[in-house]
Ligand binder design. Structure first.
Ligand SMILES: O=C(CO)[C@H](O)[C@H](O)COP(=O)(O)O
Length: 336
């Protein structure tokens, strides 16, 4: 039976997209220059601000001294997961592999078939988590009834691109679990988040979850917060972007491919507060780090126009840190 007009247009659009992807790369099939053959090309698929390597199966042709190639995957794949299932991903760097291992461990342990709503964090590590969820859903290990609540525009796109059901906090249910990355975590699982500028929504979704689980590579675990990460991202109303009371230095985060500041999903600005020189840390030497960060957080939140901070205290109960050797370290927060 022939394809309907809609299906043919969708296929044409899909082929055009694959061809655009494929043209960006050089074939790594040596025989391609001599005669038609099959092989693969490595492409970088940009999704939600994240660059992922994908190996695309293609047929090579040589014409007028040029090598051309046609994608060999002519199904209906409109999502990244389906494209990836048609090829073999290139080996990941140790850091990327560590992110993937942490994400897979957390998903396998904390996202269960009897759940209803799962929060999806933002950043590059959660991309592997969503891939795992999509694969488990396709395999029937997770039901299609589970809804996924995004913590950002990026997370929303990830969920929909993988064909997963989108949920929202409006539905009034408490989330079963939220899985999210972090920029730095100490041994009490006090976190700095917001490197991707999504901290406000991330904190709200985590707050409405029964469980909040952190996934990260080995660079993110620190004996003390502020060892590896020197600033706290803070979301502020645009009119409140110069909080003089902070001490240290608060730097307005500027956009990379747009003139002017980063504008968050909530239409606010981000200040990266470099806290090491500030005087806001209170308490004597006996005051615990958790209490110090809690006091700092309270002081920040008292500033008019400050929407939310990237300091997450007493929220994460469990963390998974992928290691360079392929193992995954687990860390449980001690009860307060
Ligand atoms: O807080 C975040 C975004 O606002 C991210 O979770 C955090 O920046 C970690 O990102 P990545 O997984 O790319 O290391």
């Amino acid at each position: 039976m022939g394809l309907g007009l809609g299906a043919r247009l969708a296929r044409l659009a899909h082929l055009a997209r694959l061809a655009r992807l494929a043209r960006r790369v050089r074939p790594h099939c040596p025989r391609a220059r001599r005669h038609p053959s099959v092989g693969s090309v490595l492409v970088y698929h940009h999704t939600s601000g994240v660059q992922l390597p994908v190996t695309l199966p293609v047929t090579f042709h040589t014409r007028s001294g040029w090598t051309e190639f046609t994608p060999r995957f002519y199904g209906q794949p409109s999502t990244l997961s389906r494209i990836m299932s048609s090829g073999t991903a290139q080996p990941l760097s140790p850091v990327e592999a560590a992110k993937r291992d942490a994400a897979y461990a957390a998903i396998d342990r904390h996202v269960r078939p009897d759940m209803q709503m799962v929060g999806i964090g933002s950043g590059s590590t959660i991309v592997y988590g969503v891939q795992r969820i999509a694969a488990k859903t396709q395999a029937g290990d997770l039901g299609p009834h589970i809804k996924y609540v995004p913590t950002s525009f990026q997370a929303k796109k990830l969920i929909t691109q993988h064909g997963l059901p989108l949920g929202s906090l409006d539905e009034g249910l408490r989330l079963d679990v939220t899985i999210d990355g972090c920029d730095e975590a100490d041994e009490e699982l006090t976190l700095i988040k917001g490197g991707g500028g999504c901290l406000a929504q991330e904190k709200v979704v985590a707050h409405f979850s029964r469980e909040f689980v952190v996934i990260a590579d080995y660079r993110k675990r620190s004996p003390r917060l502020g060892t590896a990460w020197a600033y706290v991202p803070i979301e502020v109303l645009p009119l409140a972007y110069v909080p003089e009371r902070l001490g240290g230095s608060a730097v307005l985060r500027m956009a990379q491919a747009k003139a002017g500041p980063v504008v968050t999903d909530n239409s606010n600005f981000i200040l990266d507060w470099h806290f090491r020189d500030s005087k806001v840390f209170e308490g004597g030497p006996e005051t615990t780090d958790r209490v110090k960060w809690s006091l700092v957080n309270q002081q920040l939140l008292a500033i008019p126009g400050l929407v939310e901070t990237g300091i997450f205290i007493n929220m994460a109960r469990q963390a998974y840190f992928g290691q360079a050797d392929g193992s995954v370290q687990e860390l449980a927060a001690k009860p307060v």
